[in-house]
Design a protein around this ligand. Sequence first.
Ligand code: GDP
Length: 412
Amino acid sequence: MADNKIKIVFVGHVDHGKSTLIGRLLYNTKSIAEDKIKDLEKNTSEGKKLDFAFLMDHFEEERKQGITIETAQIFFKTLKRDYVIIDAPGHVEFVVNMITGAAQADAAVLIVDAAEGVQEQTKRHAYILSMLGIKQVIVAINKIDLVDYSEEKYNTIMAELTPFLSELNIYNVTSVPISSTDGDNITERSENTKWFTGKTFIELVDDIEGSTDESNKSVVLPIQDVYNINDQGKSKRISVGKIEAGNISEGQSICVLPSKEHAHIKSIEKYNETKTQAQNGECIGITTDKPLFIERGNIVCSVNHGLNMVSNFKASLFWMNNAAVNISDKLTLRCSTQEVGCSISEIFQKINSSTLEKIEDDLTGLNKLEVGKVEIKTKKTIVISAMSAVPALGRFVLLRDNTIVAGGIIIE
Ligand code: GDP
């Protein structure tokens, strides 16, 4: 599937209005089915405001049934283009979902209740966004109706939030005062906030920059599986995976990492159909003009790839398991389709993720919710990249006993 939708993650302190804003967005952009709107209107008693959070209930249902956040994606479209909302739950316990769910987000919407202002969880979420390398943030100062549309209140919150976000290297910050229940400044500028000269929420969403032109980027195809199939009496070896950068064409020279073997693409296959080209985001299979030893976890890439093969690197690591980790503990690293044994070899500094205060005294391990700048050593060579170039090879998770215990991004 070609995947050129802009991906946005919505975060914010619980009750600050995330569900309502998402519901409002779906409603205003007519991205929900007619019967859902009827349900919504039926569910709201006469004379009362539409209960947008109600729209989110069925997504909540999906979540309760154990469908992961990654698959619980919500779609909407504006006049300009299509979007996917990655809805990360608000509680810290679900940070694990956010780390995996937000993994590909182009931008984030950070929702702050105008009356309650910035809360600890607001800061924690902002911190995680920066850990994930998300550089574009729209701050939605919600419930502006509850503070009499006060410009002062809005400015006070932004004066607190802006320096905090820049400290986290998030500079591309826009903001808008909104009321999700009433619709102020969502699709149309509100008469209630005449002092506000900025763009509406939808305009800010339409301003999000997507990933840049893929055609110039070298290709990165992490291999998920390799199948040997019988094709009219001949055995054929198909390597499948999702393209994580660039576009791939029939005949193109490629290189397989870590073996560094070279070959040409003989065919590109998708659902029994042969294609001459495939784009970033597509899940495809390839065959090559000469037999290669490719296996799960190998990376097929352009000959001039700019990727790094390493067995140690520096990373920001967010520890989210109840049981702490110590230097040298045995862990498993999963980066895209690569999986290798690893351990933390050094912790340079630690930060409390809620206060952002440095923890100076104990650098022998990480406790739950601590973020460390660490060095990781892997048992085998792995292929990594700068986050900005190939996000899928710039972030990773750590597992212990088959459970995800940490998420991280590669910084050096
Ligand atoms: P979530 O926990 O962040 O998803 O928050 P909800 O969307 O469930 O909203 C929490 C409460 O705030 C609900 O009672 C909403 O009706 C209310 N709420 C959300 N947005 C607004 C708003 O813009 N104005 C007012 N007055 N109430 C709002």
